[in-house]
Design a protein around this ligand. Structure first.
Ligand code: NAD
Ligand code: UGA
Length: 459
């Protein structure tokens, strides 16, 4: 079959896999290949057991796979063939050397760029799909153009805004797509080529174009703003618990102001996920580099409040359970960083589990999709944790239940049945405020929501 253009995506993870599946599904005239160094992952992308859990993803993959969507480990061959290369490799926080703990580790990006340079035989558009520090494109161009040959690489920024658990609907119907380019003739031409791809299913007015630095920076800033809202409401949840104000009522009153808006004001055990913390710390590092220390400090506090919220959850448990949880059985319902994903990267469940273990509690972890990842995250504590997927079985003989992830399944459990098999007095700590607290109290539980007065049977 003759394709209009050949697209390659390097990096078949949470972003590369779903974004390319949706592009291929909507653009049958383009050949879309996804490559990764991880052979096992590619094998799974070619099977019916995909390497990530994402509602609706398998259906999209099945529609396009073998038609114009391909998953392959032959990276070099695919680079040679491609007209357009999306790079969607991981950009974690650097753990060593200069900027450790803050700046992005760009080694995977740079290796990919050098490989593209090494094997390419024709002009290509290289797209930054990964989230990168502002001005990374300049460094990339320097690498890509270091060979002094006649091949032209045009770097475009096209950051991804999908959220896990809703990736397919976010990609099908995004708030906007952002495409940044240099404002040169070649830059604008390349930008138009990428606009043309998205215009196959996204209304033109939702396709924003900008200069390349605005595009790179906007991605970091959106995540910083979103995380800032969560830290704002979480900080107020602590004050609610001291004052008998109710965070749900406060959140509603604040969010109905159309200038504030109602989304992302749900209090929680803290935000998790692979990006919020990483991207804010990256922003902090960039600001410090430019000598903008006050700006850096402002954003760093968003992360500090998030750590405070996770820590506070455990401290509250200890205080409520008579100042000791040693040898008590505590069940974590949910381990994923949010519902509808098996992803546990930076999940508050990790730090909460570690703190509970430090306090010598006996912990049981339950989750419908994330137990395999939880076992990896907590491999150093394997002998101190039980993993039981069935929540009813997990809660037998428990002193306390903690809701960590807002899975729908936990809203509808038979808490009366669970209560009968728990040690008394029984405690529930609802880290997501998803349960009917009054009903639980009537059953006999001592109930501790986030940002609301606890309902207890103690005099
Ligand atoms: P991921 O870890 O799930 O996937 C990255 C993939 O890149 C891995 O499969 C890895 O094996 C592969 N890889 C690394 N080096 C490679 C190389 N040299 N050649 C080929 N493959 C290579 O990461 P992700 O969650 O998909 O995130 C990717 C980027 O997208 C990050 O910059 C992240 O900040 C950004 N992002 C992520 C999300 C999200 O929801 N996860 C959303 C928006 C943006
Ligand atoms: C987030 C952004 O929403 C995406 O736009 C972005 O593309 C992505 O990061 C990224 O760059 O990786 P994601 O982390 O997948 O997406 O999920 P979110 O829905 O943003 O949730 C992040 C965390 O915040 C979760 O732990 C969630 O439970 C928590 N959260 C969210 C709250 O505690 N309260 C809220 O009101 C909303």
């Amino acid at each position: 079959m003759k394709y209009k253009k050949k697209i390659l995506c390097i990096g078949a993870g949470y972003v590369g896999g779903p974004t390319m599946a949706v592009i291929a599904d909507n653009c049958p005239q383009y050949k879309v290949t996804v490559s990764d160094i991880n052979k096992e992952k590619i094998k799974m992308w070619n099977s019916d057991v995909l390497p990530i859990y994402e509602p609706g993803l398998l259906e999209v993959v099945k529609r396009a796979r073998g038609r114009n969507l391909f998953f392959s480990t032959e990276i070099d061959k695919n680079i040679i063939d491609a007209d357009i290369i999306f790079v969607s490799v991981n950009t974690p926080t650097k753990t060593f050397g200069e900027g450790a703990g803050k700046t992005a580790d760009l080694q995977y990006w740079e290796k990919t760029a050098r490989n593209i340079l090494k094997v390419s035989k024709s002009n290509k558009i290289i797209i930054e799909k990964s989230t990168l520090p502002v001005r990374t494109a300049a460094a990339m161009e320097r690498i890509l153009n270091s060979k002094n040959n006649s091949i032209h690489f045009e770097v475009i920024s096209n950051p991804e805004f999908l959220a896990e658990g809703t990736a397919i609907s976010d990609l099908e119907n995004p708030d906007r797509v952002l495409i940044g380019s240099k404002e040169t003739k070649e830059g604008l031409q390349a930008r138009d080529e990428i606009v043309e791809i998205y215009a196959n299913w996204i209304p033109r007015e939702k396709i924003l174009t900008s200069n390349i630095w605005s595009s790179e920076l906007s991605k970091l800033v959106v995540n910083a703003f979103l995380a800032q809202r969560i830290s704002s409401i979480n900080s107020i949840s602590a004050l609610c618990e001291k004052t008998e104000a109710d965070i749900t009522e406060v959140s509603k009153a604040v969010g109905t102001d159309s200038r504030v808006g109602s989304k992302f004001l749900n209090p929680s055990v803290g935000f998790g996920g692979s990006c919020f913390k990483k991207d804010i710390l990256n922003l902090v590092y960039i600001c410090e580099n430019y000598g903008l220390y006050e700006v850096a400090e402002f954003w760093e506090n968003v992360v500090k409040i998030n750590d405070f919220q996770q820590n506070r959850f455990v401290v509250n448990m200890i205080k409520s359970m008579f100042n000791t949880i040693s040898d008590k059985k505590i069940v974590l319902l949910g381990f994923a960083f949010k519902a509808n994903t098996g992803d546990t990267r930076e999940s508050p469940a990790i730090s909460i589990s570690k703190k509970l273990i430090e306090e010598q509690a006996n912990i049981v972890i339950s989750d419908p999709k994330a137990i395999d990842n939880a076992k990896i995250d907590l491999k150093d504590f394997a002998d101190k944790i039980l993993y039981i997927e069935d929540p009813y079985e997990a809660c037998v003989d428990a002193h306390a239940i903690c809701i960590i992830t807002e899975w729908d399944l936990y809203k509808d459990l038979d808490y009366e049945k669970i209560y009968k098999k728990m040690v008394k007095p029984s405690f529930i700590f609802d880290g997501r405020n998803i349960l009917d607290h009054k009903k639980l109290f009537k059953i006999g539980y001592n109930v501790y929501p986030i940002g609301k007065t606890a309902l207890t049977h103690f005099k």
